[in-house]
Design a protein around this ligand. Structure first.
Ligand code: TXA
Ligand code: MG
Length: 343
C-alpha cells in the first residue's frame, strides 16, 4: 500500500535580479517575502482573497488584523480607496515613496480578507526599488511584516528564513533594511488625523505637513480593556523575544548601576555604545545614545540576537519619546509587555 507523502513547500531564495520569477509566483496566487526600506514584507496579490488568506495562515496571524496594500505608483491608490482627501494628497506628495502608511475609506475592490472586515484600507508606497519592481511586474501587494505573528519584524532575509522556512514560496534577498522599524501608520479616515503607529516619519514631520495630528493612546499604553482597538494590531503581543524584556528609565549611571547589580550569566543589557564601558555583564548595543536612526535600524536584530545567545532576561535602556525615538520606544515597550522600572 502506498502512503501519500505530505508535500512540504520548499522556500526558494531569489537574488534581486530574479524578481520576474517572484512576480510569476505572485500572479499565480503564491507568497513571496520582499525587502522594503522598513522591514521585510510577506507579499501576495492584494485582490486575490485566497492568496491573502494564505498570508494569515503562514504567519499564524489572527484574521481580524488587517493588512497594508503596497503600490508602486501614486495613481494605483485611486482604485483602492473611495476618498482621497487633501491631507492625504499632501502626505503622499511629501513622504511617498517612503515609510508612511495612510488609512482611508476603502473601495469595493478591496477583499474583506485584506481589511479584516473594516470599512477602511491601509495603503503604502514603499521606496525600496526591489519592492517597487515586484509590484510593477505583478499588482498591488498585501504585505504584513514577514515574521511569525508576535515575534520581532525581520530586517534581513535570514530573519525571514528563520521564521518562514517552508511556509512560503520564496524570499527575495535584498540585504539589510534601511529604516529597521515598520512604517508610520496614520488614519485619515477621521479628522483630525490620528497616528496609530510611530515609525520613520515622525509626528513632528506629519504636523508640519498637515497641522494637527492626534497620537493614539495605544502608542504609549496598553489598550484599555473597554476600548475597541483603533488599529487591530495594537491588541496583540508584539515584537517579543523569548527572553523577558524589562525597560529601565534613568540616565547612564543609574542604568549601568542597576544592571550591574541585578545581572547574572543569563542576563544581557540592551544598551547604547556609551553604556558599554561601565557594564560588567553581557550586552547588546543598538548604537550611540543620540544616533536614533542607527538604533531603529538595529533594534529588531538585537531582540533576535538576545534569543540566539540564550539570554533569559534583557534590561533595556528606555528611549525618549520624540522624533524617531518614539518608534523605538513604542516597539521596545511592547517587547517588554509595558514593564518599566523607574530608576
Ligand atoms: O513597514 C511596514 O508597514 C511593513 C512593511 C512590510 O511594509 N508592514 C507592516 O505590516 O508592518 P503589519 O501587518 O505587520 O502591520 C500593519 C499594521 C497593523 O498593526 C494593522 O493592525 C494596522 O497596520 N492596519 C492595517 N490596516 C488597518 C486599517 N484599515 N485600520 C487600522 N489599522 C490598520
Ligand atoms: Mg507586523
Amino acid at each position: 500500500m502506498r502512503r501519500e507523502r505530505k508535500q512540504e513547500m520548499e522556500t526558494q531564495i531569489f537574488s534581486p535580479d530574479e524578481i520576474e520569477k517572484a512576480a510569476l509566483i505572485i500572479k499565480r496566487g503564491g507568497l513571496v517575502a520582499m525587502p522594503t526600506e522598513t522591514v521585510y514584507g510577506l507579499a501576495a496579490d492584494a485582490l486575490n482573497p485566497e492568496a491573502v488568506a494564505a498570508i494569515f495562515k503562514a504567519k499564524g496571524r489572527p484574521m481580524d488584523n488587517p493588512l497594508i496594500v503596497h503600490i508602486s505608483e501614486l495613481e494605483q491608490i485611486y482604485g483602492l480607496v473611495s476618498e482621497f482627501p487633501e491631507k492625504a494628497r499632501i502626505l503622499a506628495e511629501k513622504f511617498w515613496p517612503g515609510p508612511l502608511t495612510v488609512i482611508l475609506p476603502k473601495s469595493e475592490v478591496i477583499p474583506d480578507e485584506v481589511s479584516a472586515g473594516l470599512t477602511t484600507v491601509a495603503v503604502r508606497f514603499p521606496s525600496n526599488p526591489i519592492a517597487r519592481r515586484l509590484i510593477s511586474l505583478s499588482c498591488p501587494l498585501a504585505a504584513p511584516s514577514a515574521n511569525l505573528s508576535g515575534s520581532p519584524s525581520p530586517t534581513n532575509a535570514r530573519h525571514v528564513y528563520d521564521d518562514m522556512k517552508n511556509r512560503i514560496d520564496a524570499i527575495i534577498d535584498g540585504g539589510e533594511c534601511d529604516v529597521g522599524v515598520e512604517s508610520t501608520v496614520i488614519t485619515l479616515a477621521e479628522d483630525p488625523p490620528r497616528l496609530l503607529r510611530p515609525g520613520g516619519i515622525t509626528p513632528e514631520q506629519l504636523r508640519e505637513a498637515i497641522g494637527e495630528v492626534i497620537i493614539d493612546d495605544a502608542v504609549f499604553n496598553p489598550l484599555k480593556a473597554d476600548r475597541a482597538a483603533p488599529s487591530p494590531g495594537m491588541k496583540y503581543k508584539h515584537y517579543s523575544p523569548r527572553a523577558d524584556v524589562v525597560l529601565l528609565r534613568g540616565d547612564i549611571n543609574r542604568f549601568t548601576d542597576y544592571v550591574n547589580s541585578h545581572s547574572d550569566k543569563d542576563t544581557a543589557a540592551l544598551c547604547y555604545d556609551e553604556d558599554i564601558k561601565e557594564l560588567r555583564c553581557e550586552h547588546i548595543s543598538i548604537g550611540r545614545a543620540h544616533d536614533y536612526n542607527t538604533q531603529a535600524h538595529r533594534l529588531f536584530t538585537a531582540l533576535r540576537t538576545a534569543d540566539e545567545r540564550g539570554f533569559k532576561k534583557v534590561y533595556a535602556h528606555c528611549p525618549g519619546t520624540s522624533g524617531v525615538e518614539l518608534a523605538i520606544y513604542n516597539r521596545i515597550i511592547r517587547a517588554a509587555g509595558f514593564e518599566v522600572i523607574e530608576l
